[in-house]
Design a protein around this ligand. Structure first.
Ligand code: 9MR
Ligand code: ZN
Length: 578
């Protein structure tokens, strides 16, 4: 498939299946009626299509049909000559959750992937040599483990922390949504597999802490490897200097881990807490925020998050929850109030004011030098963000579902109101899109799936607070999108669905000699904003929702990443647990 944008199938479905007790949306691109047949070929229902509406993001004319009440089983839909099979079941998404977690297993670094767990997708132990300190080349340390971040073999602390957080919150909030039979090496050890897999990354994050409490930003080479298997990628790896955002993100997730693993592994829980407290102390002692930038000569992923208020907020909330120490929640409240008012009045607190000024400088510099990078809104704390650079939403989860009244009036009542307001904007996006896709036309960026899944998480949280079905259904539509109900008629998850991504930008998938891609990865998806010139040349003025190439070189539209899998794990676990 060279250009998935040229499909014209008139029915787009969730290729994995629908839940009996949930709406069953399909997108129809033809005004002919749609017919539903059971698997014996008997006609069950005729659905009229009252008219199509123009969808700006894709340029398609679409009607969203809800198939209504259907009991578990296999069915066929027909429009004109076109037919497509669908499944309906009580618990539709275990396969999705399980394969996305297993996808993370396939990213494990520093160990062999054995055939009994990995099937066709084995490889030998990789990246086991000692790494060299970037600044002091005489220092060498063996820091193995962790997940390869994405299509490349780098290992980065902030993205890892966020991925693990999505998994731990999934477990804490929707434990029935996650299976415990993933066939990974730890399966059956008494700890749920979602926690077993997350632990692989947590152990590595712990190794990334320096003596003084800060965390190294990343462990990568100075360049991206060619498309070779990980065990053949033997150029030296470097321990890159620490950063604020890595330290604050690691601190937060380790505090979260200490409470999550307490009953499974008390010793680990204690280690995690000690490391978190040490990380936090470093942050408090070093308030002069310096945004991370790649040292000269390092050309791997920058993850140069220019704002640390959100990570600090999240870490403060989690540490208060775990320790009960007042100073943490005072700090969280101060940050929240500060961020809320930051764009209105100059902060009284000069330290934070300084943080903001530094951010402005950094953003201006980065904007000029690297037009592809994130330059998130400077001020404020967006509680509806759960991505690698904006983690305000993770702190909101801690306040809303774990601290509750203990968070106090500001961090519970005000924060809740703030959150609910933001989720209205998100729902508008769904309703404005004729495919029910939670993206504005200008949000098809590198990794557009993170914007979309952030929004789905926000709507899930709204539903948990209010019980509003329109919010729940808004989140559901984003799962449908991932699995084929979209302008490309494509399941963005490798290995799932009858028309799924075949050529992700993922080194093992490209180099392992197996035709099929490694299963269990969602790709970044359509990106018309931070696009490679080569992609632009191919796609020209194609509409944003179709700005996508199922081709290996297209990192800008078709890469995988651990933190794109994990929000889907969260949302799909929620639907499994309902
Ligand atoms: O996910 C990142 C996306 O938000 C950025 O726009 C993009 C360009 O900086 O980088 C993405 O992250 C990549 C990282 O830098 C290196 N590993 C692969 C990641 C996924 O594409
Ligand atoms: Zn490796």
């Amino acid at each position: 498939m060279s250009n998935a944008g040229s499909v014209n199938n008139p029915i787009r479905v969730n290729q994995l299946g629908y839940g009996t007790r949930l709406p069953k949306y399909v997108a129809v691109l033809d005004e002919k009626p749609v017919y539903l047949f059971d698997n014996g070929g008997n006609l069950l229902t005729e659905y009229p299509v009252p008219g199509l509406s123009f969808d700006e993001a894709s340029g398609d004319n679409v009607y969203i049909l809800d198939l209504g009440d259907i009991k578990s089983g296999s069915y066929t839909l027909k429009s004109g000559e076109y037919t497509v099979d669908i499944e309906v079941s009580d618990k539709p998404y275990p396969t999705l959750v399980n394969s996305l977690i297993k996808g993370l297993y396939y990213q494990r670094c520093g160990c062999e992937l054995e055939e009994k767990y990995a099937g066709l997708f084995t490889h030998k132990a990789c990246h086991t040599a000692p790494a060299t300190d970037w600044e002091d080349r005489s220092i060498k340390k063996t820091i193995t483990g962790g997940w390869h971040d994405a299509g490349d073999y780098g290992k980065y602390v902030s993205p890892g922390a966020v991925t693990v957080a999505h998994m731990l919150y999934s477990y804490l909030l929707f434990s029935e949504g996650c299976s415990d039979d993933l066939n990974i090496p730890e399966t059956g050890n008494g700890t749920p597999d979602i926690l077993n897999e997350a632990r692989y990354e947590l152990d590595w994050i712990l190794k990334m802490q320096c003596e003084d409490g800060a965390f190294h930003h990343k462990l990568t080479k100075d360049h991206f490897a060619p498309f070779i298997m990980p065990e053949d990628d033997t150029d030296p790896e470097y321990i890159i200097p620490p950063s604020y955002t890595a330290t604050a993100g690691a601190t937060a997730v380790l505090a979260l881990a200490s409470r999550t693993y307490k009953k499974f592994d008390p010793a680990f829980s204690e280690n995690a807490l000690n490391a978190a407290v040490k990380g936090y102390k470093w942050l408090i002692a070093n308030q002069d925020f310096v945004p991370y930038m790649n040292p000269k000569g390092v050309n791997t992923g920058p993850y140069n998050d220019t704002r640390v208020v959100d990570e600090l907020f999240w870490a403060s909330c989690e540490l208060y929850l775990v320790t009960g120490e007042r100073s943490y929640i005072d700090e969280a409240e101060k940050l929240y109030i500060f961020a809320k008012n930051a764009d209105k009045a100059p902060a009284e607190d000069m330290v934070f004011r300084q943080m903001m000024i530094k951010q402005e400088e950094a953003v201006a510099y980065i904007n000029k030098k690297y037009p592809f990078f994130h330059t998130p809104k400077l001020l404020g704390l967006n509680l509806a963000e759960f991505g690698w650079s904006n983690v305000g939403g993770l702190g909101a989860l801690t306040c809303l579902f774990f601290l509750k009244e203990k968070a106090g009036h500001v961090l519970y009542d005000e924060l809740k109101e703030d959150f609910l307001k933001r989720s209205e904007d998100v729902l508008h996006k769904v309703n404005d899109s004729k495919y029910r896709t939670a993206l504005r036309i200008d949000e098809y960026v590198w990794g557009s799936v993170i914007n979309l899944m952030n929004n789905a998480m926000t709507m899930v949280v709204n539903f948990m607070l209010t019980g509003r079905e329109d919010m729940r259904n808004g989140a559901l539509s984003q799962i449908d999108y991932s699995l084929g109900l979209n302008a490309l008629d494509l399941s963005f998850v490798t290995g799932l669905g009858h028309r799924s991504v075949q050529n992700p930008h993922h080194r093992p998938s490209g180099a392992d000699g197996v035709d099929a891609p490694v299963p269990g990865f969602i790709v970044g998806g359509p990106n018309k904003k931070w696009t490679y010139p080569e992609t632009k040349e191919r796609l020209g003025d194609t509409p944003a929702a179709k700005y996508y190439l199922d081709e290996t070189p297209s990192a800008d539209t078709n890469e995988v990443a651990i933190y794109w899998n994990s929000p889907v794990i969260f949302v799909a676990s929620f639907f499994n647990a309902m």
